[in-house]
Design a protein around this ligand. Structure first.
Ligand SMILES: NC(=O)c1ccc[n+]([C@@H]2O[C@H](COP(=O)([O-])OP(=O)(O)OC[C@H]3O[C@@H](n4cnc5c(N)ncnc54)[C@H](O)[C@@H]3O)[C@@H](O)[C@H]2O)c1
Length: 247
């Protein structure tokens, strides 16, 4: 159990990649905080982890509000007294071509994907500095590296997360806190379920490994970055994309 006794907050863990990450961290022994806007769903995911023999609590929180991020941290500390791992996974899309994109579509995506990571990271930092130990992992996207027509807002938020990751890694390294980003390619979740088969087929052509990824493909890499095996890795972007982006 590589993560025994570690306490982990996973934002947006009520479904998809975040849920898979929370389940994997729990399987490896971590105590996990399931969090999302939907409190009822968070309770269900936490209950399923407990039934499988893991430790989990649910905290309803909208990461785009600083007050919610602070409450998320406070409730974690009230329950377990420490925070070792923060996974900034919560994310949304509001796709549109630039000419049609509304200010609201731009602002909402930046507010959740980028400001949400700022809110949660700022809120855990004091505790991790006190512990002189911590792992922060930001879920970015290949779209933040390559760009994508119709996703200027999403791509900007995910590219912003990469700069944020590198800056936080430099600021907190002296306190033994690492900060890395994981960049998934196309992963089978609700977010990509809306794509029609023709689009999925054309995407597969761009993926050397010839298949879409699964949430578990991403979760295992995140769990590795949380473990002691990854102690000397910080400020990096790890792609989990079947070879779509090779830098
Ligand atoms: N699915 C993919 O192909 C893919 C690829 C690259 C990156 N990603 C990124 O991975 C992350 C998870 O994606 P997914 O496919 O599982 O998406 P999803 O839509 O299935 O799940 C997103 C999760 O984030 C939560 N969330 C949304 N807004 C929130 C808010 N304001 N506060 C708290 N929680 C909020 C949702 O409740 C949900 O639990 C996102 O950051 C996404 O951008 C996904």
């Amino acid at each position: 159990m590589k993560l025994a006794e570690k306490v982990a907050i996973v934002t947006g863990s009520t479904r998809g990649i975040g849920q898979a990450i929370a389940e994997e961290l729990a399987r490896q022994g971590a105590k996990v905080v399931i969090s999302g806007r939907n409190g009822e769903r968070a309770q269900q995911v936490a209950a399923a982890i407990q039934e499988a023999g893991g430790e989990a609590i649910a905290v309803q929180a909208d990461v785009s509000h600083m007050a919610d991020a602070q409450r998320l941290v406070k409730e974690t500390l009230d329950r377990w007294g420490r925070i070792d791992i923060l996974i900034n996974n919560a994310g949304i899309t509001r796709d549109n071509l630039l000419l049609r994109m509304s200010e609201e579509e731009w602002d909402t995506v930046l507010q959740v994907n980028l400001k949400g990571a700022f809110n949660c990271t700022k809120s855990v930092t004091r505790q991790m500095m006190k512990q002189r130990q911590g792992r922060i992992i930001n879920i970015t996207s290949v779209v933040g590296q390559m760009g994508n027509a119709g996703q200027a807002n999403y791509a900007a938020s995910k590219a912003g997360l990469i700069g944020f990751t590198k800056s936080v890694a430099r600021e907190l390294a002296s306190r033994n806190i690492t900060c890395n980003a994981v960049a998934p390619g196309y992963i089978q979740t609700d977010m990509t379920a809306a794509l029609d088969d023709a689009v999925k087929d054309s995407l597969k052509q761009q993926i050397p490994l010839g298949r879409l990824g699964t949430p578990e493909d991403v979760a295992r890499v995140v769990a590795f970055l949380c473990s002691d095996d990854a102690a000397y890795i910080t400020g990096q972007v790890i792609n989990v994309d079947g070879g779509m982006v090779m830098t």
